[in-house]
Design a protein around this ligand. Structure first.
Ligand SMILES: C[S@@+](CC[C@H](N)C(=O)[O-])C[C@H]1O[C@@H](n2cnc3c(N)ncnc32)[C@H](O)[C@@H]1O
Length: 232
């Protein structure tokens, strides 16, 4: 009896634990100048943008370069929606979304970014933002709740995309959506370093891998892809 029980435990370990390691399939190489040397689904993950570069996120030319107001309109937010700005940085998108929905959870792994974000929200009189210090493995978002999670210029630099995207899936409600906005890799004229851009096929491949399916492919922004995913 005890032997059978131990065999079941052993089988569980072999199938699920080693299977998990295999599924995540990270491998490692010598880092390229903008990368961390960690490979996921054939793509080298880029370095995280540090808070010392925060002013770039708030540059005055961004409005013309990226048309962020159109991006937010395309989200079709409603006043009853609970949304997350994952990798919120200084709050450039947090402040555009907050007036159009119920609560925005602004998540970042850099406390300095959350501080800048909070300062900006207070300056603009925006009160419906909750700040969350995430980690490289966990979003710390509430479970089974969110209508929408937005990642603008973030996904390519997630150190553990498999863990974070699975965590995001758990945070979504049944009809919840994940929106990825990334600079177009296919377009050499987009003046962004290669590891900070993504191609459509790669984005879809990585989302399918964790069980999200393409819901809409929006090609209306000047230099970025905007892809919306839902649970399978
Ligand atoms: C290039 S900035 C973009 C900021 C903002 N989305 C914008 O478009 O203005 C990327 C942000 O993602 C954050 N980030 C990176 N990995 C993260 C993770 N695992 N969880 C939450 N935030 C993360 C970084 O700290 C940084 O503030």
């Amino acid at each position: 009896m005890i032997k059978t029980f131990l065999n079941i435990i052993l089988l569980y370990y072999l199938f699920f634990q080693t299977g998990l390691v295999w599924t995540q399939s990270y491998s490692f190489q010598t880092p390229t100048p903008d990368g961390i040397g960690k490979i996921y689904q054939g793509r080298e993950i880029s370095k995280v943008m540090g808070h010392l570069g925060a002013s770039w996120l708030e540059r005055s030319t961004r409005i013309d370069e990226e048309n962020p107001n159109l991006a937010v309109d395309l989200l079709q937010l409603r006043k009853d929606m609970l949304v997350a700005d994952l990798g919120a940085g200084t709050g450039y998108f947090t402040s555009k979304m907050a007036p159009k929905c119920s609560i925005v959870y602004a998540v970042d792994i850099q406390q300095e970014m959350l501080d800048l974000n909070a300062k900006q929200m207070s300056k603009k009189g925006i009160k419906n933002v909750e700040f969350i210090l995430g980690s490289i493995n966990q979003t710390r978002l509430p479970k089974n709740t969110l209508d929408l999670v937005l990642l603008v210029d973030v996904y390519h630099e997630l150190e553990n995309p498999y863990e974070i995207m699975n965590d995001i899936k758990l945070a979504l409600n049944d009809s919840g959506k994940v929106v990825l906005i990334e600079y177009r890799k296919e377009d050499p004229s987009v003046p962004i370093k290669p590891l900070h851009k993504m191609g459509i096929d790669q984005m879809i491949k990585e989302m399918n891998f964790i069980g999200l399916k393409l819901h809409r492919n929006i090609q209306k922004l000047p230099i970025q892809h905007m892809l919306i995913f839902s649970k399978l």
